[in-house]
Design a binder for this molecule. Structure first.
Ligand SMILES: Cc1cc2nc3c(=O)[nH]c(=O)nc-3n(C[C@H](O)[C@H](O)[C@H](O)COP(=O)(O)OP(=O)(O)OC[C@H]3O[C@@H](n4cnc5c(N)ncnc54)[C@H](O)[C@@H]3O)c2cc1C
Length: 404
């Protein structure tokens, strides 16, 4: 993606040099080329086709029955959607974060909780990629990318989702093992994950542990019945004297608050991508509905009040889309910061709730009926303000990083 201007312009302005402006903006075409590459466009078409054909039939089972359809896993793997940015030697597609964003947008446009499942696999793969030994990368990333293994990422606990220092899960060193005790809450993929990344306190500091969910003392709570993103099978994970080998301490003792922040930075990008998919679906549904719903002899699409809603939806979606792709581009350049990602996540997730609400308004009372897609889209959109740090926490992250 040719988003060079995004990264270069601030430097240019800092230097305040006309010469440098000329240098960087050699030609308008080069500097303002925000298009996807040909390869990314082809990938987008393929994932869109896949999502429409293979995942549309899953909407009912996921949303109405709140169940994850396991049969989709080999199909997602065959499309190489479980390890988009990872190296091919670890089973990945060897692609980039812009492509991951494209995939999550396309999946979420049809069914957001499936996009959530794919994101979670990437969060887990990302930890192995960054903290795992060569042996762990081969042993875990390859089956994750093949869809043969599911992972989950566990920070939240009954007493906190916002404050890492408040976590109560403990790990105690015992000979060649660590023994873990505690409860993790709201775990995506939790009901069927094979491996779990668990944040726990070891000697008073936050460490990260890899736990095989078949280990003695490890159990899962019931599936949570919830408003939106149904089918992600959220649950509690309970550890009662779970003994794991020494090598499952990931990246050494302590200091893993940074690993958590890093993982959540990727999470913020992914959630923003889901919201783009949801907003696009809301806009598509609102246009379709307004063109068929009649007011006297005219479709409501012709009413100025509906124009205003549709125009607001389209404008806010477009702004969100650019923020999100910019964030993906920055991540591909290794230039992403917590502030960039928090700004993106805050704006896009709040905007998604507004855009989906406008979409529902266009549907009148039919918008609350389960006969119409907008009802599910609206419920799903609300969830994103509460994940990977609530909106309030994003504001704190941003303000702490403002220049003063
Ligand atoms: C669909 C879904 C999937 C999830 N998946 C996972 C998962 O896979 N793994 C995982 O670990 N967690 C997961 N979570 C949990 C999620 O990350 C937490 O719920 C979230 O971080 C909020 O935590 P909390 O609910 O405990 O809220 P709390 O931390 O109790 O906050 C309650 C309220 O107080 C506000 N607040 C708290 N502290 C401050 C502050 N300092 N300043 C201003 N306001 C503040 C919050 O914004 C919020 O409004 C998931 C949640 C959902 C909804």
């Amino acid at each position: 993606m040719g988003l060079a201007l995004f990264t270069k312009l601030p430097n240019v302005l800092t230097l305040g040099s006309l010469y440098l402006i000329r240098y960087y903006l050699k030609s308008e075409e080069e500097a303002l080329n925000f298009n996807l590459t040909e390869q990314q466009e082809m990938f987008q078409r393929e994932v869109r086709k896949f999502a429409e054909a293979e995942t549309t039939p899953l909407v009912d089972i996921m949303d109405r029955e709140n169940t994850f359809p396991q049969e989709i896993r080999p199909k997602l793997a065959a499309m190489n959607l479980y390890g988009i940015p990872w190296e091919q030697k670890y089973g990945g597609a060897g692609s980039d974060y812009v492509s991951l964003t494209i995939a999550l947008v396309e999946l979420a446009k049809v069914i957001a909780p499936l996009s959530m499942h794919v994101q979670c696999q990437h969060t887990v793969g990302d930890r192995f990629n960054k903290l795992g030994t060569e042996e762990q990368k081969q042993r875990f990333m390859v089956p994750i990318c093949e869809g043969k293994m599911v992972g989950c990422f566990c920070f939240t606990e009954p007493d906190t989702g916002s404050h890492p220092k408040m976590i109560k899960t403990t790990a105690v060193e015992d000979g060649d093992s660590y023994v873990l005790n505690g409860t993790k809450r709201f775990v995506t993929n939790g009901r069927f994950a094979d491996v779990a990344f668990i944040f726990a306190k070891l000697e008073g500091d936050i460490s990260l542990f890899l736990v095989d969910t078949n280990t003695k003392g490890f159990s899962r709570g019931p599936k949570m019945d919830k408003l939106g993103l149904r089918g992600t099978e959220l649950c509690d994970l309970i550890m009662d004297d779970v003994r794991i080998p020494r090598e499952n301490l990931m990246g050494g003792k302590g200091g893993k608050f940074d690993a958590l922040k890093d993982a959540m930075t990727l999470g913020k990008l992914c959630l923003s991508a889901h919201c783009i998919g949801l907003m696009q679906a809301a806009l598509d549904e609102a246009i379709k509905y307004s063109m068929t719903r009649m007011h006297f002899d005219e479709p409501i699409f012709d009413l100025q009040a509906i124009h205003w809603l549709l125009a607001e939806m389209a404008s806010r979606l477009e702004a969100s889309r650019w923020l999100t792709y910019r964030a993906a581009f920055l991540k591909d350049q290794g230039l992403d910061t917590i502030k960039d990602m928090a700004i993106t996540k805050l704006f896009v997730t709040q905007t998604a709730v507004d855009v989906c609400r406008f979409g529902m308004q266009v549907h009148g009372a039919y918008g609350i009926s389960k006969e119409y897609k907008i009802e599910r889209i609206f419920r799903d959109a609300k969830m994103y303000e509460l994940l990977e740090g609530t909106s309030e926490i994003q504001r704190e992250l941003i303000v702490k990083r403002l220049p003063r």
